[in-house]
Design a protein around this ligand. Sequence first.
Ligand code: RET
Length: 236
Amino acid sequence: MATITTWFTLGLLGELLGTAVLAYGYTLVPEETRKRYLLLIAIPGIAIVAYALMAMGFGSIQSEGHAVYVIRYADWLLTTPINVLFLALLAGASREDTVKLVVLQALTIVFGFAGAVTPSPISYGLFAVGATLFGGVIYLLYRNVAAAAESTLSDVEMSLYRTLRNFVVVLWLVYPVVWLVGAAGLGLMDVETASLVIVYLDVVTKVGFGVIALLAMMNLGTVSDTDDEMVATAGD
Ligand code: RET
């Protein structure tokens, strides 16, 4: 029977493969975007460490009668702020909004973790705080940061911003649902099933985000090259 270790090992393989593909992509994106592109490699790269540790059986504690995967929260605490930072940089958001976004996202994870290790009903209160903070993240991504993007980006870049933002918001909303129905909440889903869902989501959200951005950034390279050529030709 497949155990939780199997899911973690599959997660490790998915993150390894994703990181390798994204690392190769580094050579394909325009030089001026490479620094920012490194963030996309770091996201699954960090998860490799987290999954390797979890597959070896490290990082879970017993709390309130169920296992809490501390390393999973540590991974999210590092990687989800990087995801939103990438979106803010892409959009050319103000420093203030960028900081708000990163801090709100990090606190979302902190409160989710605190809720998972606290007895009910306080756990639900902490979850609610986390969910509210995450509401703030969504708000910023659809309002302030989107407005910054509208005013600075080309149509192609704007469409990348929208795709990545919607990808993030829709898929990330599954995490609080799993928290609620899982062992930390109502206990309707066992730890193995919840882990399977989360491993799947972790690989899709991390690698998917990177691959969508990679493909668009490669195209941006060719689009701007063509623009340059057109300008050059026009100048002749
Ligand atoms: C918690 C519980 C508290 C309320 C909310 C949560 C959201 C978690 C999210 C996690 C995203 C993780 C990702 C991992 C990728 O590998 C902490 C479950 C809102 C959004 C994208």
